[in-house]
Design a protein around this ligand. Sequence first.
Ligand code: PLP
Length: 374
Amino acid sequence: MSNFDATKLLREDLNDFPPYSMGHVPLAELDSLVKLDLNENTYGPSPKALAAVAQMRHYHRYVGQQELREAIARYVGVGVEHIVTSNGADEMIDLVQRMFLNHGDAIVDCPPSFEMYAFFARVNGARIVRVPRREDFSVDVDAVEKAISDFRFQISDSANPTAESLISKLQSPKLVFLANPNNPDGMMIPPADVERLLALPALLVLDEAYAEFAGQSYAARVPTQSNLIVLRTFSKWAGLASLRVGYCIAPQAIAAKILQCKAPENVNAAGNVAARASLDDLEYLHANVRRIVAERERLAGEFGKLGFLQPLPSRANFLFCRVLGRDARQIHDALAGHGILIRAFGAPRLREYIRIAIGTPEENETVLKALREM
Ligand SMILES: Cc1ncc(COP(=O)(O)O)c(C=O)c1O
């Protein structure tokens, strides 16, 4: 019997790979918490979606995704040939990268932002060109332009004389990943900046996970813009986070390539019927989106009055607040003591900030009461 140690065959570039941690709350405890740490939709799925999952009788069959793609295409207002569905938007980040990145190719990431862009780039053996956001969390478009257009120049200008030999192998970054609105700050990229990014010789991947709360999307632009992919999800506005349904709107040839290469049943049947039922219950779900947006604006005002929180203007379903004169981690821990989960950050640049998803008016009152007592 062979006792060959197969761990020796593992990719060495994945040594020391830090896992993505979301924290874990046992299912049994979910109902006793005010859970505002992961930007979920506190109102949950539409009753029609829950009924569709319960009534579905074909979980023993492979159901395909054609009808789901067609329903999404109608919702977004583009042809079905532009739509590809995925196991959450997360999987689509991975799929898009795998379609474009050879080992050693680069993406542009603009931290602080959603961490899965860099996470999957590492898994896919890609390089990450980091273009940090400005002090106010806006995208430094000048620096992104430089990272793309002047890339060869930067390399040949390097102090390392052997870099010259690398130039032929190194390409300028292929993909630019930007969330719009961004997570964690909730702010949008000004339209003029999006135009500058679209003018670059790269593919712009706009992650619109929170588009329904912002009331704005670039999806309709995709059919006439050959270097734009828009990512969307049912996790936030439709409250289906753990059913895992995401999708992209991509130029036809790119969508066809992803369809050709992805696992055929990557969206499970429960997610599939729930997503379709959600699209049949837009009035209900959009009413919840409006409630969340109204509460976001009310809470931003109330947080501002506390004297130690400075909320940034958010277009998403959460508020990102600068903590003044206090310790953000202590606020996080004190709220946890009241059964309220919010997000604090380890990264040095974010240590003075907290992020709080918008709950129901009752949940938000619980948060406000706890904060006022601090
Ligand atoms: C910007 C952004 N994109 C994508 C996702 C993940 O979406 P999904 O649940 O569809 O994988 C999140 C989740 O927090 C997010 O904040």
